[in-house]
Design a protein around this ligand. Structure first.
Ligand SMILES: NC(=O)c1ccc[n+]([C@@H]2O[C@H](COP(=O)([O-])OP(=O)(O)OC[C@H]3O[C@@H](n4cnc5c(N)ncnc54)[C@H](O)[C@@H]3O)[C@@H](O)[C@H]2O)c1
Length: 171
Protein backbone atom coordinates (compact mmCIF):
# COMPACT_ATOMS: atom_id res chain seq x y z
CA UNK A 1 0.00 0.00 0.00
CA UNK A 2 1.26 3.49 -0.88
CA UNK A 3 2.07 5.90 1.93
CA UNK A 4 0.23 9.21 2.07
CA UNK A 5 3.44 10.93 0.81
CA UNK A 6 3.37 8.77 -2.36
CA UNK A 7 -0.30 9.33 -3.16
CA UNK A 8 -1.07 11.75 -5.97
CA UNK A 9 -4.17 13.53 -4.70
CA UNK A 10 -5.65 16.35 -6.79
CA UNK A 11 -8.72 17.06 -4.69
CA UNK A 12 -8.62 16.70 -0.90
CA UNK A 13 -11.82 16.94 1.12
CA UNK A 14 -11.18 17.03 4.86
CA UNK A 15 -14.52 15.61 5.97
CA UNK A 16 -13.91 13.33 8.98
CA UNK A 17 -15.59 14.67 12.10
CA UNK A 18 -17.11 13.55 15.39
CA UNK A 19 -19.14 15.12 18.17
CA UNK A 20 -18.89 14.49 21.91
CA UNK A 21 -21.39 17.03 23.18
CA UNK A 22 -21.59 18.23 26.77
CA UNK A 23 -22.05 21.50 28.58
CA UNK A 24 -18.62 23.03 29.08
CA UNK A 25 -18.70 22.81 32.89
CA UNK A 26 -19.41 19.06 32.63
CA UNK A 27 -17.11 18.33 29.73
CA UNK A 28 -14.53 15.61 30.33
CA UNK A 29 -10.94 16.19 29.18
CA UNK A 30 -11.33 13.06 27.04
CA UNK A 31 -14.36 14.51 25.22
CA UNK A 32 -12.38 17.68 24.55
CA UNK A 33 -9.23 15.86 23.38
CA UNK A 34 -11.01 13.32 21.17
CA UNK A 35 -12.95 15.93 19.22
CA UNK A 36 -9.92 18.17 18.75
CA UNK A 37 -7.77 15.25 17.56
CA UNK A 38 -10.24 13.85 15.03
CA UNK A 39 -11.67 17.14 13.76
CA UNK A 40 -8.60 19.34 13.74
CA UNK A 41 -5.20 17.82 14.66
CA UNK A 42 -5.72 15.21 11.92
CA UNK A 43 -5.86 18.02 9.36
CA UNK A 44 -2.13 18.66 9.81
CA UNK A 45 -1.14 15.03 9.23
CA UNK A 46 -3.39 14.54 6.19
CA UNK A 47 -3.02 17.89 4.49
CA UNK A 48 0.73 18.57 4.80
CA UNK A 49 2.01 15.62 2.71
CA UNK A 50 -0.78 16.07 0.15
CA UNK A 51 -0.25 19.81 -0.27
CA UNK A 52 3.49 19.22 -0.78
CA UNK A 53 2.63 17.04 -3.79
CA UNK A 54 0.07 19.57 -5.04
CA UNK A 55 2.79 22.25 -4.94
CA UNK A 56 5.02 20.04 -7.11
CA UNK A 57 2.16 19.56 -9.59
CA UNK A 58 1.16 23.24 -9.45
CA UNK A 59 -2.52 22.29 -9.08
CA UNK A 60 -4.81 21.29 -6.27
CA UNK A 61 -8.15 21.75 -4.57
CA UNK A 62 -8.57 21.51 -0.81
CA UNK A 63 -12.04 21.64 0.71
CA UNK A 64 -12.48 21.64 4.48
CA UNK A 65 -15.82 20.70 6.00
CA UNK A 66 -16.50 23.21 8.76
CA UNK A 67 -19.94 23.89 10.28
CA UNK A 68 -22.47 26.63 10.88
CA UNK A 69 -21.74 26.21 14.61
CA UNK A 70 -18.10 27.16 13.99
CA UNK A 71 -19.44 30.58 13.01
CA UNK A 72 -22.39 31.06 15.39
CA UNK A 73 -21.43 28.82 18.35
CA UNK A 74 -23.73 26.22 19.93
CA UNK A 75 -24.47 25.39 23.56
CA UNK A 76 -23.14 21.92 24.38
CA UNK A 77 -20.57 22.01 21.60
CA UNK A 78 -17.64 24.14 22.84
CA UNK A 79 -15.25 21.39 21.72
CA UNK A 80 -16.83 20.73 18.31
CA UNK A 81 -17.61 24.35 17.43
CA UNK A 82 -14.03 25.39 18.30
CA UNK A 83 -12.59 22.83 15.89
CA UNK A 84 -14.94 24.01 13.14
CA UNK A 85 -13.94 27.65 13.70
CA UNK A 86 -10.27 26.61 13.66
CA UNK A 87 -10.82 24.94 10.29
CA UNK A 88 -11.98 28.28 8.88
CA UNK A 89 -8.81 30.05 10.07
CA UNK A 90 -6.74 27.17 8.68
CA UNK A 91 -8.54 27.48 5.33
CA UNK A 92 -7.96 31.22 5.02
CA UNK A 93 -4.29 30.98 6.10
CA UNK A 94 -3.34 28.05 3.86
CA UNK A 95 -5.13 29.72 0.93
CA UNK A 96 -2.74 32.66 1.27
CA UNK A 97 0.30 30.35 1.38
CA UNK A 98 -0.45 28.20 -1.67
CA UNK A 99 -2.51 30.42 -3.99
CA UNK A 100 0.54 31.22 -6.14
CA UNK A 101 0.86 27.48 -6.89
CA UNK A 102 -2.64 27.28 -8.37
CA UNK A 103 -4.03 25.52 -5.30
CA UNK A 104 -7.34 26.72 -3.90
CA UNK A 105 -8.37 26.15 -0.29
CA UNK A 106 -11.99 26.67 0.69
CA UNK A 107 -14.38 25.63 3.43
CA UNK A 108 -18.00 24.55 3.40
CA UNK A 109 -20.02 25.36 6.51
CA UNK A 110 -23.03 23.01 6.49
CA UNK A 111 -26.06 23.72 8.62
CA UNK A 112 -28.01 20.75 9.94
CA UNK A 113 -27.73 17.87 7.49
CA UNK A 114 -29.59 14.56 7.67
CA UNK A 115 -26.74 12.10 8.40
CA UNK A 116 -25.98 9.59 11.19
CA UNK A 117 -24.46 12.53 13.14
CA UNK A 118 -27.81 14.33 13.41
CA UNK A 119 -29.95 11.20 13.31
CA UNK A 120 -28.59 10.54 16.82
CA UNK A 121 -30.25 13.74 18.14
CA UNK A 122 -33.52 13.43 20.14
CA UNK A 123 -36.66 14.28 18.11
CA UNK A 124 -37.52 17.37 20.18
CA UNK A 125 -34.01 18.80 19.68
CA UNK A 126 -34.35 18.26 15.91
CA UNK A 127 -37.72 20.05 15.93
CA UNK A 128 -36.14 23.01 17.77
CA UNK A 129 -33.34 23.20 15.20
CA UNK A 130 -35.81 23.02 12.29
CA UNK A 131 -37.55 26.13 13.64
CA UNK A 132 -34.27 28.05 13.11
CA UNK A 133 -34.04 27.02 9.43
CA UNK A 134 -35.91 29.30 6.99
CA UNK A 135 -36.19 26.45 4.46
CA UNK A 136 -37.85 24.42 7.25
CA UNK A 137 -35.90 21.18 6.86
CA UNK A 138 -32.51 19.60 7.37
CA UNK A 139 -30.28 19.50 4.30
CA UNK A 140 -29.22 16.29 2.55
CA UNK A 141 -25.64 15.06 2.08
CA UNK A 142 -26.15 15.80 -1.63
CA UNK A 143 -26.54 19.52 -0.86
CA UNK A 144 -23.01 19.50 0.57
CA UNK A 145 -21.62 17.25 -2.17
CA UNK A 146 -22.96 19.62 -4.87
CA UNK A 147 -21.08 22.50 -3.27
CA UNK A 148 -17.89 20.43 -3.03
CA UNK A 149 -18.18 19.46 -6.72
CA UNK A 150 -18.50 23.14 -7.61
CA UNK A 151 -15.48 24.14 -5.49
CA UNK A 152 -13.41 21.40 -7.14
CA UNK A 153 -14.42 22.44 -10.65
CA UNK A 154 -12.76 24.82 -13.10
CA UNK A 155 -15.75 27.14 -12.65
CA UNK A 156 -14.51 27.82 -9.10
CA UNK A 157 -10.86 28.32 -10.02
CA UNK A 158 -10.85 31.99 -8.89
CA UNK A 159 -12.42 31.26 -5.48
CA UNK A 160 -10.03 30.66 -2.58
CA UNK A 161 -9.96 31.33 1.16
CA UNK A 162 -13.77 31.35 1.10
CA UNK A 163 -16.35 29.81 3.41
CA UNK A 164 -19.58 28.78 1.69
CA UNK A 165 -22.63 28.44 3.93
CA UNK A 166 -24.98 25.62 2.96
CA UNK A 167 -27.55 25.87 5.71
CA UNK A 168 -31.06 26.50 4.41
CA UNK A 169 -30.80 30.16 5.42
CA UNK A 170 -29.96 29.66 9.13
CA UNK A 171 -27.14 32.22 8.98
N1 LIG B 1 -24.53 16.33 9.81
C1 LIG B 1 -24.50 17.64 10.06
O1 LIG B 1 -25.51 18.27 10.38
C2 LIG B 1 -23.22 18.41 9.91
C3 LIG B 1 -23.27 19.80 10.03
C4 LIG B 1 -22.12 20.53 9.89
C5 LIG B 1 -20.92 19.89 9.63
N2 LIG B 1 -20.88 18.53 9.55
C6 LIG B 1 -19.59 17.93 9.30
O2 LIG B 1 -19.66 17.11 8.15
C7 LIG B 1 -18.66 16.09 8.23
C8 LIG B 1 -19.30 14.76 7.94
O3 LIG B 1 -20.19 14.46 9.01
P1 LIG B 1 -21.53 13.59 8.83
O4 LIG B 1 -22.68 14.44 9.21
O5 LIG B 1 -21.53 12.91 7.50
O6 LIG B 1 -21.33 12.59 10.04
P2 LIG B 1 -21.10 11.02 10.03
O7 LIG B 1 -20.97 10.66 11.46
O8 LIG B 1 -22.12 10.38 9.19
O9 LIG B 1 -19.70 10.89 9.27
C9 LIG B 1 -18.49 11.19 9.88
C10 LIG B 1 -17.39 10.60 9.05
O10 LIG B 1 -16.15 10.82 9.74
C11 LIG B 1 -15.42 9.63 9.71
N3 LIG B 1 -14.55 9.54 10.89
C12 LIG B 1 -14.90 9.73 12.18
N4 LIG B 1 -13.84 9.51 12.98
C13 LIG B 1 -12.79 9.21 12.19
C14 LIG B 1 -11.42 8.89 12.41
N5 LIG B 1 -10.92 8.83 13.65
N6 LIG B 1 -10.65 8.61 11.35
C15 LIG B 1 -11.14 8.65 10.10
N7 LIG B 1 -12.43 8.95 9.82
C16 LIG B 1 -13.24 9.22 10.85
C17 LIG B 1 -16.45 8.51 9.75
O11 LIG B 1 -15.91 7.32 9.25
C18 LIG B 1 -17.53 9.08 8.85
O12 LIG B 1 -17.27 8.78 7.51
C19 LIG B 1 -18.06 16.19 9.63
O13 LIG B 1 -16.85 16.92 9.58
C20 LIG B 1 -19.12 16.99 10.39
O14 LIG B 1 -18.55 17.67 11.48
C21 LIG B 1 -22.01 17.78 9.67
Amino acid sequence: MKSIEELSVDILINNAGITKDNLFIRMKAQEWEDVIKVNFTSIFYITQPIVKNMIKKRWGRIINISSVVGIMGNAGQTNYASTKAALIAFTKSLAKEVGSRNITVNAIAPGFIDTPMTQALPGDVKDQYKKQIPLGRFGSPKDIANCAVFLASEEASYITGEVINVNGGML
